[in-house]
Design a protein around this ligand. Structure first.
Ligand code: ADP
Ligand code: MG
Length: 349
């Protein structure tokens, strides 16, 4: 862990579990009307009236999902919230509450947890969600964070993975591959640092992609944009594992096929130049690199004019009959079957 030797280290045992939770959460505000009771009782109390409720959980384990040698704890707290909100937005819902559960080893002083919670607080404020509870326990090894996010959606607005129809347009937000290439840069600098600790890395040329890895933003803005444009996607999913595996999820659950155009995949110039530097193919990275937290959706062709020219939304292909399969159409107009090589921590270990 990158640690400042002069920093104070307050042992968690000095506070005790209750003192710790109180200390970490004392600045948290309650802003959502649906939160009746937040932290402090045996359970939180929520009231949503006529909405449908979405609930999603993610578990993040040190050394599997994050590495504290280059992931500052504040960013980790922020990212842990984003990962969950992204799933809520992928249902076309509005995120309203989160719970935060942590398992910590005695390796972590209070000051480390304060940083983690500062990131959680920043994210909760920026995305207007209430932190309404969680659980705290000890771990014999690494840090474990589990977050549950809750959201609300009008019954008629909810979007599943299963509604895509042949001829629907395949649309993605933002650009892809950045988070994965940012990770490659951070891994490389970590190795350089091991050999020569005095070497200060110059990350400036990689600022965008490193930020995509360390401080991703969930696309709350897209849920609003779609509402403003009066477009309801026929299906939607967030891009956490890579474009290829997300397209396959939409196809399988919707019983359709897909054609994806290589030359339409949105890539930031920094992703392209870093791929050249590492001598890897940028399409492969967009297809299989994970953690971009963009939204992938299908929309009816009738809605094309409503999204045409919008800088947030790129049409990258279209859905087909299931029998046509799922293909990448390359720049040379060759058809390559899509396969899910998405990031899976249970593989390759
Ligand atoms: P219990 O014994 O019923 O599990 P706790 O003492 O664990 O209760 O929790 C007390 C309150 O603090 C509850 O409202 C709980 O949701 C909240 N809480 C516990 N741990 C955390 C945490 N890591 N982050 C936020 N809230 C927490
Ligand atoms: Mg508890």
């Amino acid at each position: 862990m990158i640690e400042d030797k002069n920093q104070t280290r307050t042992s968690i045992s000095e506070l005790g579990e209750f003192g710790l939770i109180e200390h970490l959460t004392e600045h948290f505000e309650i802003n959502q009307k649906s939160t009746i009771k937040g932290i402090g009782d045996d359970a939180a109390v929520l009231e949503f009236k006529s909405k449908q409720i979405v609930v999603t959980t993610d578990l993040m384990v040190e050394h599997v999902h994050f590495d504290l040698s280059y992931m500052p704890l504040k960013h980790l707290g922020y990212k842990a919230i984003m990962v969950n909100l992204s799933d809520v937005y992928a249902m076309n819902a509005n995120a309203t509450q989160v719970t935060v559960s942590i398992a910590i080893s005695n390796r972590f002083p209070l000051e480390a947890l304060e940083k983690l919670y500062a990131g959680i607080e920043t994210a909760a404020k920026a995305y207007d969600v209430d932190v309404i509870g969680g659980d705290t326990t000890s771990s014999t090894t690494g840090l474990i964070i589990s977050i549950t996010a809750i959201g609300e959606v009008n019954k008629n607005d909810v979007v599943y993975r299963s509604g895509a129809k042949p001829n629907d347009l395949l649309v993605v937000t933002g650009d892809l591959g950045g988070a994965y290439m940012g990770l490659q840069i951070l891994e490389r600098e970590k190795e350089v640092f091991k050999v020569n600790p005095n070497n200060q890395p110059d990350l400036d040329p990689y600022a965008y992609i490193v930020e995509r890895q360390l401080k991703p933003e969930a696309r709350k803005d897209i849920v609003k944009l779609l509402k403003d444009l009066k477009v309801k996607p026929t299906s939607m999913i967030d891009v956490s594992d890579g474009l290829s595996s997300e397209i396959i999820h939409l196809c399988k659950q919707s019983n359709v096929g897909a054609a994806l155009y290589e030359n339409k995949i949105p890539l930031d110039p920094q992703v392209i130049s870093t791929c050249e530097e590492f001598n890897i193919d940028s399409t492969t990275i967009a297809l299989n690199g994970g953690e971009d937290y963009e939204l992938l959706m299908t929309i009816s062709q009738d809605d094309f004019l409503k999204i045409k020219g919008n800088p947030n939304l790129t049409v990258i292909g279209y859905m087909t009959e299931k029998e046509n399969g799922m293909h990448l159409i390359t720049r040379g107009e060759t058809l390559i079957p899509l396969i899910a090589k998405g990031w899976n921590p249970l593989k390759d270990q």
